[in-house]
Design a protein around this ligand. Structure first.
Ligand code: ATP
Ligand code: MG
Length: 405
């Protein structure tokens, strides 16, 4: 049986509404689209596996579609992880470099990061990302890369992104049962930011808001580093459920109404228009004011952004959004949501469309695919950095041994 080609990278985003798989090819440092599969999710609730078998089947279907399009076999994947079980904490720690000042090595940086990460985490927490914010060398703060600088004490401010060990293990188990080995996991917020946010925005201060089906992941960058990550337990499906209850229709009809007529700003909905609803089974179709849809959606949108504002304030980053906010995820498509974001967060807001891979079909260049594409970009970029670090370490060792001969 054939094996996955070395230059193929596959990513899996097992979301609450869609299961997505993307395959790309790495050629001379450039990523090129090869194939994708997107199917309705099954067995997932709040970013976690609720029923194993349907989740495995959905992953299998998405992966098979991606393999057919890519005309290749995939056996390994990087997964995107989101949901309310993901948390972020800031920590600080450091090391003394001895009595005399000396040059900082990559190993010193690793040791300082290890010290900063040794905060006591609750049981069942698994570390997904260790993200240095800034290094402090003796009295000098604001250093991004201290390797090669000279000092006697190195400290680091670190952002630690963690998730529930059992939640991530369930996704890994599902992927394994669908024939995919999981090589790495990436927080959906980091991934969506990777695909949509520029270096200038990260420097100025920006909040990425990924509104999925069951939750909203957020990540704030300031002065080029991750300052805050969090998850709000409200997503697009809460808007749909409100419509289902408020209009007395089935969830599928509520979803249709939201996508066709939804608006998060009541006054933007025409006052005189009416829409015909089929209603619950056994009831006659009836006409309702279109404005009613906005009247139901606006309070939910305001609740989401109130919670976001409180979360950003508690994280100490509400005033740090010089470049505003960027919204991704299918939930960001709701008309009027940008206005609600701008009025409650008091910063400019835009929709984030992921940067396209070469030859990527347009259907993937949508805000709901930002986390999928960003997982691929993040995994590739960090592997390039790791390879460069390994290479420079090997070169140093070679130089040491060459000198000792
Ligand atoms: N045109 C639209 N208008 C409003 N909402 C939309 C539109 N299209 C999709 N949505 C909503 O987007 C949500 C799905 O978004 P997305 O595909 O990003 O979720 P997911 O990644 O599967 O879920 P999660 O990230 O929460 O696990 C659904 O709630 C859906 O109703
Ligand atoms: Mg998602």
């Amino acid at each position: 049986m054939s094996q996955q080609a070395e230059n193929l990278i596959a990513v899996l985003d097992a979301g609450s509404s869609k299961t997505r798989v993307l395959v790309a090819e790495l050629n001379e440092g450039a990523l090129r689209y090869r194939g994708h599969g997107i199917v309705d999710a099954a067995g997932m609730r709040k970013g976690m596996v609720a029923e194993l078998l349907p989740a495995v089947e959905a992953i299998d279907r998405a992966a098979t579609l991606a393999e057919q399009r890519a005309e290749a076999v995939i056996e390994r994947c990087v997964i995107a992880v989101g949901g309310p079980h993901v948390r972020g904490v800031n920590s600080r720690g450091g090391i003394s470099l001895g009595a005399r000042m000396r040059e900082i090595t990559r190993e010193d940086v690793k040791a300082a990061v290890d010290r900063a990460r040794s905060v006591s985490l609750p049981n069942d927490r698994e570390v997904m990302h260790l993200l240095p914010q800034q290094f402090v060398l003796d009295d000098q703060a604001g250093i991004h890369d201290p390797v090669g600088m000279v000092g006697s004490r190195l400290e680091v401010n670190l952002h630690i992104s963690t998730c529930s060990g059992s939640a991530i293990q369930s996704i890994v188990t599902c992927a394994n049962k669908a024939g995919l080995e999981v090589t790495e996991s990436v927080f959906e917020g980091i991934a969506a930011a990777e695909a949509t946010i520029s270096a200038d925005e990260r420097e100025l201060g920006v909040c990425l808001i990924d509104i999925g089906a069951s939750s909203t992941e957020l990540i704030v960058f300031f002065e080029g580093s991750v300052a805050h990550t969090s998850v709000i337990p409200i997503g697009g499906d809460h808007f749909t459920n409100d419509l289902a209850v408020g209009l007395h229709v089935t969830p599928p009809e509520a979803e249709w109404v939201k996508c066709e007529y939804g608006n998060a700003v009541v006054t933007a909905v025409p006052q005189v228009s009416e829409i015909e609803l089929r209603g619950m089974p056994g009831f006659e179709p009836r006409m309702v004011r279109q404005r009613l849809v906005g009247e139901i959606l606006e309070p939910r949108a305001r609740e989401l952004f109130h919670m976001l504002r409180d979360n950003l304030r508690q994280g100490g980053v509400l005033e740090a959004l010089g470049a505003g906010c960027v919204m991704t995820g299918g939930g960001a498509r709701l008309p009027g949501l940008l206005d609600v974001a701008e009025s409650l967060l008091r910063v400019p807001a835009r929709i984030g469309s992921p940067v396209p891979l070469s030859r990527m079909p347009e259907e993937l260049q949508q805000p709901e695919c930002a986390a999928l594409i960003g997982t691929l970009l993040y995994s590739h970029r960090t592997s390039v950095i790791r390879a460069a670090e390994d290479h420079s370490l090997r070169a140093k060792l070679r130089a040491i041994f060459a000198g000792s001969l």
